[in-house]
Design a protein around this ligand. Structure first.
Ligand SMILES: Cc1ncc(COP(=O)(O)O)c(C=O)c1O
Length: 404
């Protein structure tokens, strides 16, 4: 057996099940889950039709590089959304959802035999973070290093957490913007700093942008390709972005996204993917072409989130330290007393509402667990269900003994 498998950590939901095994959820309330970040708005009909109209494609093996028409639809979307022109043939690859691509990328990029010191290479991850980054790093034979989010600066990453010796060992950096769970969007100034670091130390930046289309301000979140272009980095050297239809188009079950950026890197990624067997099914490609080509449903979807967050956030802000995020579909709330696991257990027992304790989404690094004392609320269900959950959270919080 591959001994690296033993380095994997249990997934946050597995840990939550363990931590709530003895909790009996209140029978007086219908169960509501704000735990999983699975989009629940309906899938647009035209995407389903495009999928079913293309079922004839099941009779053929698809190419790993995807249909030229899909790559062109993705490149056209990048052009419209970010004003960045890509060569669809070399600077873009379809992937079966960003999860598998985030994982596969580390296996392609990390060279465990190349190390300036006797120590293993490093993959830098945000903290809190999407756990695939860590698993990908560990299975690639790298060590992880974490950059804590700073609640005092709207959850921006504290890049000074990483010292020069660690940057020198770094081969891959995952960035999540808009962030899960914080919703924070990285500004140009931080991108400039990261590109400088990447140039100095030669590491690859993987920018996970799967929440880019759900935002609450007037301006759409800055993307990494856009940030690179603003600095004249038109070859996107050592940069790839990963983006997904799951949240944008409410199709988490379609498993469709794409990776774009550095052509030399993507050439190697395509080679890896050919052997890994990660070609996208032709009906999925047809549905994806339809989805990337339409913005109307994306605007409607964003509006649904905006009105839901506008109703739910003020209600919760009366009792919890929580604010409207830049983007994404999570609230990242501090709980009174600071024990996120106890809060989640009590809420489940008394009001049958499931939330994810923030400490399970982060690791202790630089002396703190930056998720501790917070809960992640995924506002993915309909507005009425989210409002009902919020009312129960308010009632539960008010029932807790006051902490002075
Ligand atoms: C930060 C982040 N990245 C990537 C993904 C994976 O999305 P998908 O594989 O559906 O594209 C998720 C899913 O929840 C996520 O939260």
């Amino acid at each position: 057996m591959n001994p690296l498998l033993d380095r994997l950590h249990p997934y946050p939901f597995e840990r939550l099940r363990e931590l709530t095994r003895d909790v009996v959820p209140s029978a007086a309330h219908a169960a509501i889950s704000l735990g999983m970040g699975e989009p629940k708005h309906p899938t647009p009909g035209f995407i389903k039709s495009a999928l079913s109209d293309a079922l004839g494609g099941l009779a053929s093996y698809p190419a790993t590089a995807g249909l030229p028409a899909l790559r062109e639809a993705c490149a056209a979307w990048i052009e419209r959304r970010y004003g960045v022109t890509l060569d669809a043939a070399t600077q873009l690859l379809p992937v079966n959802g960003t999860r598998e691509a985030l994982f596969a990328l580390a296996q392609t990029v990390v060279d465990p035999t190349r190390s300036t010191t006797a120590q293993p290479p490093v993959v830098v991850c945000p903290n809190p973070f999407y756990q695939i980054y860590e698993g990908a790093a560990l299975l690639a034979g790298a060590d992880t290093a974490f950059v804590n989010s700073d609640p005092g600066r709207n959850f921006a990453a504290d890049w000074s957490d990483i010292d020069d010796a660690t940057w020198a060992r770094t081969q891959l950096l995952y960035v999540c913007s808009p962030g899960n769970p914080t919703g924070a969007v990285m500004p140009q100034s931080e991108w400039t700093r990261l590109f400088e670091l990447s140039d100095r130390h030669g590491f690859v930046i993987a920018s996970d942008e799967c929440y880019s289309e759900i935002y609450f301000r007037d301006e759409a979140p800055l993307g990494a390709l856009e940030a690179a272009k603003a600095l004249g980095r038109s070859d996107f050297r050592n940069l790839v972005v990963l983006t997904s239809l799951s949240k944008r188009s409410n199709v988490p079950g379609l498993r469709s996204g794409f990776v774009a950026g550095d052509a030399a890197l993507l050439k190697r990624f395509l080679l890896y993917r050919t052997y890994h067997g990660s070609a996208m099914s032709l009906p999925v490609q047809a549905a994806s072409i339809a989805a990337w080509g339409d913005e109307t449903h994306v605007v409607e979807n964003r509006d649904l989130y905006r009105s839901k967050f506008a109703k739910v956030t003020p209600l919760l802000a009366e009792v919890l330290d929580v604010a409207l995020p830049d983007a994404g579909f999570y609230l990242w709330a501090a709980v009174p007393g600071g024990d996120d696991v106890a809060f989640a257990r009590g809420l489940l027992a008394q009001y049958n509402v499931a939330v994810l304790p923030g400490s399970l989404l982060a690791r202790t690094a630089h002396g703190v667990n930056p998720g501790a004392g917070r809960i992640r609320l995924a506002l993915v269900a309909g507005v009425e269900e989210c409002l009902e959950a919020a009312r129960r959270i308010v009632a539960y919080t008010l029932s807790l003994p006051r902490i002075s």
